[in-house]
Ligand binder design. Structure first.
Ligand code: CO
Length: 134
C-alpha cells in the first residue's frame, strides 16, 4: 500500500523566500507559489530527483500551520507525504488498524490536483503523515 515518498513539507513564514535559498544554494528547480485556500496554506515546491520539498506558509487567519509556526518561529519539518494507489481503500485499512484520520475523513484535493488525507501524528511516531493518491 505504501508507495513513494512524494514530499517532505517544511512550514515557514515565507515559502517563496525559503524555496529561493534552495534554488540559489542547491541549484534546485522551484515551482511557482500555489495558494490552497481549502488547506489554509500557500505552497512552493522544490523538485529533487527522487522526491520534492514542499514549503508551506500560512494562508488566511485560521491556517492549520499558524500554531506550528508559533512554536517553531524559524520554521520546521511539518509532515511527510507518501503515495498510495487508492486513497479511500488505504484510509479504510488505516482506520481498521486504529489510525486516526484528521478532518472529516474525506479526501481533499491537494497541491498536485490529487486527493490527499492527513493522519494523526500520535498514531505515526509523532510525525504528521499525508497520503496522496498517486
Ligand atoms: Co503536503
Amino acid at each position: 500500500m505504501l508507495g513513494r515518498l512524494n514530499h517532505v513539507a517544511i512550514a515557514v513564514k515565507d515559502a517563496e523566500k525559503a524555496a529561493k535559498i534552495y534554488g540559489a544554494a542547491f541549484g534546485a528547480e522551484i515551482s511557482k507559489a500555489v495558494p490552497l485556500p481549502e488547506h489554509g496554506v500557500t505552497t512552493v515546491f522544490v523538485t529533487l530527483p527522487n522526491t520534492k520539498i514542499e514549503f508551506i506558509e500560512p494562508l488566511g487567519d485560521t491556517s492549520p500551520i499558524a500554531k506550528f509556526l508559533d512554536r517553531n518561529a524559524d520554521g520546521g519539518i511539518h509532515h511527510v507525504c507518501y503515495e498510495v494507489a487508492d486513497i479511500v481503500a488505504s484510509r479504510d485499512i488505516l482506520i481498521g488498524e486504529g489510525a486516526r484520520v484528521l478532518g472529516d475523513g474525506e479526501p481533499k484535493i491537494g497541491a498536485h490536483g490529487k486527493p490527499v488525507l492527513f493522519l494523526h501524528p500520535k498514531d505515526f511516531s509523532g510525525a504528521l503523515v499525508e497520503i496522496e493518491q498517486a
